[in-house]
Every structure is written in C-alpha cells, then in structure tokens.
Design a protein around this ligand. Structure first.
Ligand SMILES: Nc1nc2c(c(=O)[nH]1)N[C@H]1C(S)=C(S)[C@@H](COP(=O)(O)OP(=O)(O)OC[C@H]3O[C@@H](n4cnc5c(=O)[nH]c(N)nc54)[C@H](O)[C@@H]3O)O[C@H]1N2
Ligand SMILES: Nc1nc2c(c(=O)[nH]1)N[C@H]1C(S)=C(S)[C@@H](COP(=O)(O)OP(=O)(O)OC[C@H]3O[C@@H](n4cnc5c(=O)[nH]c(N)nc54)[C@H](O)[C@@H]3O)O[C@H]1N2
Ligand code: SF4
Ligand SMILES: [Mo]
Length: 752
C-alpha cells in the first residue's frame, strides 16, 4: 500500500485480485479513508498485466453497496432483526444441533454457491464443515454448472479436479463450444483478458471456431461459427471422433503409451456418422467432417467446452468427448493443446502409478434416487429433498447456505421458496438479504471484499499460466464486523457441537491433520519429520494465513519446510505483491493420473453405459422452440444487479427471438411475451435479433428480484423475471446430476 498524489490527502492505493469473475485480474484500488473510490488494472500484475473489465472497474461500487448487510440478522417473532454475533451464533448452534440429534446428519442440507470459489473462506472451511457434519445432503452450484466436467475428468483421469485447460497463448487452433468469454471473461479457463488472447491467437495465424446457437460477440470474432441446435453438441463431437477414426486421422502422439481403450472407441461410436448427427444437430455433414479434419491438421489444437456443453441433457458425454477429441489428436497434455495447470497449493506431486480411481453413485438422493457425484446431490433436487417425505430417511429439516441463491439460480424457485420456508432452521452466510437469505433464521454477513485477504485456490488450478498471488485486506475490518474466514470457522464449531470454542482451533486442527499425513507420505518433502515442529515453523498473522503458508510450502513449488530453500513460502509471496509467475503450462502425464489402471481410461463404464441414450437422441428432433441462456459482461449470476453502474443499457432481462420466429408468432419488438415451460411461466419483453438461430430463444438468468422481504433496492427497480421458473427440476444430465438449463422446450404467446 502506498500514498498517491493527486487525490485527497488520505487517499492511498492497495492491490487486490478481483473476485468478480474467473479471470482473476489484479486491480489497483484507490482508497479514501475506508472507502474504495476507484479501481484500475494493475499493470505490474504478473498474470493480468493491467487488464480490467467494466465490472472490475466498478469494484468500489460493488464493495460499497449501501444495501450490504452490516450486522447479523436473527429471526425473532417471525422477523429478521439486527443482532450481535454472539446472539447469532447462539441461534445457529441452538437451531442446528437438535436437527442433527433428532433426525440424523442427512437432515442438515448444505448449499454452497458460486462465490465460494472466489473467497479464501469458501476454499478453506466448507470441506471442514462437511467433514464435521457427515451429511449426504450436499448441494452446490456445480450441479448447475461444471459437474459434467468433474465427472468426465474423474472417469478419464481418476481425479475429478484434473481439468485440462486450453493453452490459449500457444495454440494454433481453438474449438470453443458453448462458451462466450467475451461476456463471461472465461470459465474453467482462467485467463485475464480472454478477448485479447483470442485476438492474439488470430493475429499469429491461428484459427478460432465457435459452436453456439447464438452469434455471440465471441462468435463474431471467430473464423467460423457453427450455430448448432441446442443440446446436441455431444452428437456433433461424437461424429467428429467418428471421422477421425474413419479417415485415419487418429494420432495420440506422446500420450499413446498412457491411454487405454482407444481400440474400443470406434465400435462405441459406430452409429455417430456425420450424416446421422447432421439432422439432429442441424449442422451439415460436410461441416462436421471439416471440423474434424481441421482439428487433426492443426499443428496444435485445443477443444474447449463450457456452460452450453455442460448444462444440457448429455453434458457429461459432451464434456468427455471434448477431452476425447483432444486425446485422439495428440493435443492433450502438450503445449499448444489442453494441459493441466500446476497450482502452488496443489498437493505434493506423486510418482506415476495406479491410484484410487473415481466412483459415482456411492449413495443416492432420498426421493428420486439420483446418484451422488463428487459427494454432491443435484441442486435441482433440493426442494424435493425438503418437501417430500419418504418411508426411509428424514427429509432435509435444516439448511446451511453459504454464498448461495438457489431460489433464482436453480430450477423452480417458487417451489424452493415454499420448501425453505418450511424448514426447522436455516442459516445463510450472505452479504445481502435476497431471494434465498430472506428465508433464513440467521443471516451472517461477510464484510465487503476490500476487507478480506485474497488468494485464488480454485482458479489457479484452471489458469492458462501457472502463477501465484496473495493480497492482505486492502482496508482493515471495522469494529463489529467479522472476517468471512472467522464466520465460517465459527459456523463449523456451531454445527459440530463445539459452539463457543476458539475459532482458531479449526485451523489448528486442519494443520495438525495435514502435517500428520504429510510426514507419513514417502513422496512428501517433509516425510519423516516432526509435525509439531513443522506447525511451529508456519508464519502468518492468523489461521487462514498459516494454512496458506502450509499449503504453499508442501506444494509443488514450495520450500518443503527447508528441503528446497529457494522454494515458495507465504513470506516470499508477501514480498511479491504483484504475484510470482511460475511459467507456462507443462506436460504432467502420467504423473497426474489417479485411475486404478494408472492410465487415461478412454472409455469408462459409466460413459459406455450412457452412450445408448445419446444414440436414441440421434432420432429425436423436437419441433418446437427451445430456450437457451446468455450472460452479460456487466452482470454476474444473481447478485450484481444492485450496482447502478452495472445495470441498464443492453444488460436487460429480455427474450431474444429470431425475426422469422417473431413474425410467425406475431411478436413485436419490445412487446410482452408469455413464456411457458414445464415449471411455470414468465412474461418478458421481446427483443428481436438475428443473433439467435431460428427456433431458439434466449433469456438471461439471475433475474426476478421482485420477491417481498428482500433488501436489494436498486435491483428491485428493474427486477426482470426468473428464467429458472420455466424449469421443474426434473430434467438432468443423469451421470452428473446437472440441471438442464439450455435447450429447454418452451411455448411462446404474445401478450395482448
Ligand atoms: N438458467 C440458468 N441458470 C443458471 C445458470 C445459467 O447459465 N442459466 N448458471 C448457473 C451457474 S454457472 C452458477 S455458478 C449458478 C450460481 O448460483 P449461485 O451461487 O446460487 O448464485 P450467485 O448469484 O452466484 O450468488 C450466490 C450468493 O452469494 C452471495 N455472495 C456474493 N459475494 C459473497 C461473498 O463474498 N461471500 C458470501 N458468503 N456470499 C457472497 C450473493 O449475495 C448471492 O446470494 O447459477 C446457475 N444458474
Ligand atoms: N459477465 C459475467 N461473467 C460471468 C458470469 C456472469 O453471470 N456474468 N458468470 C460466471 C460463471 S458462474 C460461469 S459458470 C461462467 C460461464 O462462462 P461461459 O460458459 O462462457 O458463459 P456463457 O456466457 O453463459 O456462455 C455459454 C454459451 O453457450 C451457448 N449455448 C447454450 N446452449 C448451447 C448448446 O446446447 N450448445 C452450444 N454449443 N452452446 C450453447 C449460449 O448461447 C452461450 O453463448 O461465466 C462466469 N462469468
Ligand atoms: S474480467 Fe473478471 S476478474 Fe477481471 S476485472 Fe473483470 S470481473 Fe474482475
Ligand atoms: Mo458458474
């Protein structure tokens, strides 16, 4: 932090990595007193090099939003009232423990939302909470998002978190499926200035192909745009793999000795001829063949799929096929292709060899018997797990929601509203009183981001360049506020019958457990050492910092507690406020594999078992209109519509309709249209645009801020409608439990 001239005498600057999307741009904040009054891109940031987007530039406005809660709220006589932290945690302990004791651990549901991947607290404490509760009722935003990719990675590589990312800066050919990084700034591919990196790809002679039913800003940048019929990418990708075999274009390159199952693939894919896929996908067979040939011919290439390839009926198969294509063309794990990042806080790399593998369906949801995936049940099934009794097992009676707004983010919010209202107890850790937290008995508000320390545990494992950054709080915590790390540590204590204990005990316990395991691990740099001595050597101002120090030192670049003296420590990181660059992505197979065979398992059983369903889909061709989503650069899921600087203009909740469909259905631009789906109906203004293909309409998510009992005054002025009300939660990708949010059949009627 330093003083700057030119503004008021008490103005200064502080560095902070932006938590508002996955790009993790380094910002230089201007701070006057305790207020963040400006944000610009940090030109010295080792990763983002000065890039900033309009959302990052509004960091101060989002941080200083007057509607953010300042004190805990506790429900008394039916009303949420301001309370002290002590009262709030007393109420949490008193609300949760009886539910566990009376109905068992699974009666407590834990709901984790997206912002957890953007906070240190969200990375460090939920695993401890889940470990303490031992509940099977775990629901996260992943089952509205990337769970298909986790399942596919779990099956292929034995590690659900081993997600290859496209080597954006070096690839010659990028095939981008169902992603719109010009609005989203990228996802499962952390890359500050994604748009600039795509332009650089084209400038160096590379090619960009975009597959999307909408002609997005990203598609407009591309060499080729393929407007696929929503929900059919898995068939298109299967047909591309078919062509690779048929035309003898398969070449695994250096990966060949580490892959099993290649020989079984042609038979498994035999029905997916380009001609068969063509009708289902509405992409001509010639184009499908060209896409496959271009991929095989490129010196290096990467296939990358995101939301539009995940939140669809065959999301896991599509996610698997993305990697299959990378593997068959020799592009997995090689520079210019798709590689696994190595984050500074990753576990100690271990020697190659067989691992524990990945299992699906170790337990099932109570009502619809959905299999668990990665320890989670589908968020789309939360409402029924609360409101539907069964002969065996208790319904969910209490909910702990951390940074989650499922009433807007998940299917059928009206049903979820009722279900949450019926709970014995609910606690929300959330800065806002919104559509979901209004149902809580206790709301625990974290301070604004400027008041918290920051490290990207999750996104560094998905970044296009290995690097590490850490920021201490830009502004000190005010009297009466509590860091989110402490809130979650206290929540762990309250949920596990240790209410009132010192929250630092939670960190100490994790440190003891982790170091205890590390010293017994022959691959660890601290093998054989005394864990007590290692714990005493940790630096940091508080528990979370000590845990970060421990992870850095045990990690792949770490000092190994003295074993590699030049290695990374928290102290060293603090001496580099703009971060430390750890180099380009590098090959790491077979070391990274954790499958039982120790190989990439190309055709895993659950995938082979799901292929017949995809084969059946070749013959389906629904006649009606289908709905897809869209994101806007100045928005973020459900919670940023309260920042005036980021609303208005093109950031509106309108239904995009193709001119031909509008004419056929008698819909006028700006007029109201009734949209009806399986879960309900909404009325939205029509926006006629040929950026959507015929037969497809698009409505953004995260809107519908018109419920009573919320406190988001600006968002309520232009509430929009909740697109997820059109869904009834029954449509899922069966392997991953991910809700189908794209390619959903709807009916449109002009409103008089
Ligand atoms: N139809 C449709 N639905 C979708 C999607 C779609 O594409 N189409 N996308 C899906 C995707 S990808 C996702 S990730 C989900 C997101 O679903 P959710 O995670 O449920 O929703 P968010 O709007 O990201 O925000 C969750 C909550 O976090 C709170 N919050 C913000 N910052 C913090 C913080 O620092 N700490 C804490 N404790 N809370 C904070 C917000 O106030 C909000 O209540 O939505 C999904 N829903
Ligand atoms: N500005 C902004 N940035 C965000 C967010 C935000 O809400 N706003 N949310 C963040 C989150 S939580 C996430 S997960 C990421 C998501 O990051 P992206 O995946 O890049 O997000 P989207 O912009 O929704 O892009 C999905 C695209 O898929 C297309 N699509 C829909 N159905 C299909 C289909 O069946 N096939 C194909 N091929 N395409 C299809 C849609 O038209 C859309 O253009 O963005 C993150 N960044
Ligand atoms: S691109 Fe994302 S991380 Fe970068 S400034 Fe914008 S919102 Fe923040
Ligand atoms: Mo997401």
């Amino acid at each position: 932090m330093s003083r700057t001239s030119g503004t008021t005498p008490d103005s200064r600057t502080a560095l902070r990595v932006c938590p508002l999307c996955e790009a993790t741009c380094g910002l230089t904040l201007t701070i006057e007193g305790t207020r963040v009054t400006g944000a610009r891109g940090d030109r010295d940031d080792v990763f983002s090099k000065g890039f900033i987007c309009p959302k990052g530039a509004s960091f101060g406005a989002a941080d200083g939003d007057p509607d953010r809660l300042r004190t805990p709220l506790v429900r008394r006589d039916g009303e949420l009232r301001e309370a002290t932290w002590e009262e709030a945690f007393d109420a949490v302990a008193a609300g949760l423990r009886p539910v566990v004791e009376r109905h068992g651990p699974h009666a407590v549901g834990v709901v984790l939302g997206n912002p957890n991947v953007h906070t240190m607290a969200g990375a460090l404490y939920p695993p401890v909470l889940l470990g303490a509760l031992r509940t099977h009722s775990v629901f996260t935003a992943s089952t509205l998002d990337q769970m298909p990719k986790h399942v596919s990675s779990g099956l292929l590589y034995g590690d659900a978190n081993a997600i290859p990312v496209p080597d954006l800066d070096r690839t010659d050919h990028l095939l981008l499926i169902g992603a719109n990084p010009l609005e989203s700034n990228g996802s499962l591919c952390t890359a500050p200035d994604f748009p600039g990196r795509l332009r650089a790809l084209r400038a160096r002679g590379g090619t960009l192909t975009v597959i999307d039913p909408r002609r997005t800003r990203t598609a407009k940048l591309a060499d080729r745009h393929v407007a696929v019929r929503p929900g059919t990418d898995a068939m298109l990708l299967a047909a591309m793999a078919y062509v690779l075999f048929e035309e003898e274009l398969v070449d695994l390159g250096a990966l060949a000795p580490h892959v099993q199952g290649v020989d079984e693939l042609p038979d498994a894919l035999r029905d997916f001829t380009p001609e068969a896929a063509s009708a289902a996908c509405d992409v001509d067979a010639v184009t499908i063949r060209e896409l496959a040939r271009e991929l095989a011919a490129a010196p290096t290439a990467a296939v990358y799929g995101r939301i539009g390839s995940c939140t669809v009926p065959h999301g896991t198969l599509a996610s698997w096929l993305v990697d299959v294509l990378n593997i068959l063309t020799g592009n997995l794990d090689r520079p210019g292709g798709a590689l696994f990042p190595t984050a500074a806080t990753d576990r100690t790399p271990r020697p190659a060899g067989p691992g524990h593998g990945f299992a699906l369906g170790r337990w099932h949801s109570r009502v619809s018997r959905h299999p668990e995936a990665k320890g989670e049940l589908p968020l789309a099934a939360l409402a029924e797990e609360i409101d539907t009794p069964t002969e065996e097992g208790s319904p969910v009676r209490a909910v702990i929601a951390v940074a989650a707004n499922p009433v807007l983010s998940a299917p059928d919010g009206l049903r979820l509203d009722k279900a949450l209202e019926s709970l014995d107890f609910m606690v929300s850790v959330d800065p806002y009183l919104n559509e979901t937290s209004r149902h809580a008995h206790v709301v625990l508000p974290p301070p604004p981001p400027s008041r918290g320390a920051h490290h990207d545990f999750a996104f560094n494992t998905l970044a296009v360049r290995n690097q590490v950054r850490y920021n201490r709080p830009a502004v000190p915590l005010e009297e009466g506020r509590m860091a989110e790390t402490e809130i979650l540590a206290r929540l762990v204590l309250a949920a596990s019958g240790m209410h009132g204990a010192d929250p630092s005990a939670v960190d100490a316990m994790v440190v003891e457990g982790t170091l205890g395991k590390a010293v017994k691990d022959t691959a660890s740099p601290v093998h054989g050492r005394d864990p007590g001595e290692l714990a005493a050597a940790l630096t940091g101002e508080n528990g979370p910092e000590r845990r970060l120090d421990m992870m850095l030192r045990l990690g792949p670049y770490g000092d190994g507690f003295g074993a590699r003296p030049d290695g990374l420590t928290l102290e060293k990181l603090l001496a580099h406020p703009h971060g430390i660059d750890l180099g380009p992505l590098a090959s790491c197979l077979p070391r990274r594999l954790k499958t039982r065979s120790g190989k990439v398992e190309l055709l895993p059983g659950p995938i082979a078992g799901d292929l017949p369903r995809l084969r059946d889909a070749l013959r389906e061709r629904p006649a009606g209109i289908v709905l897809v989503g869209r994101r806007h650069l100045r928005s973020n899921n459900s919670w940023m519509h309260n920042v005036p600087a980021l609303t208005g203009g093109s950031n509106r909740c309108t239904l995009h309709v193709h001119p031909d469909d509008a004419a056929r259905l008698g819909l006028a631009d700006g007029a109201a249209v009734r949209v009806k789906g399986a879960g309900g109906e909404v009325v939205a203004p029509v926006e006629i645009t040929d950026t959507v293909r015929r037969g497809v309409v698009s409505l953004p998510h995260g809107w519908g801020h018109d419920r009573p009992g919320t406190r988001m005054s600006h968002a309520a002025l232009d509430p929009g409608v909740n697109v997820n009300q059109l869904l009834d939660g029954s449509l899922l990708d069966p392997l991953s439990g991910t809700a189908v949010l794209n390619g959903v059949p709807v009916e449109l009627t002009a409103c008089p």
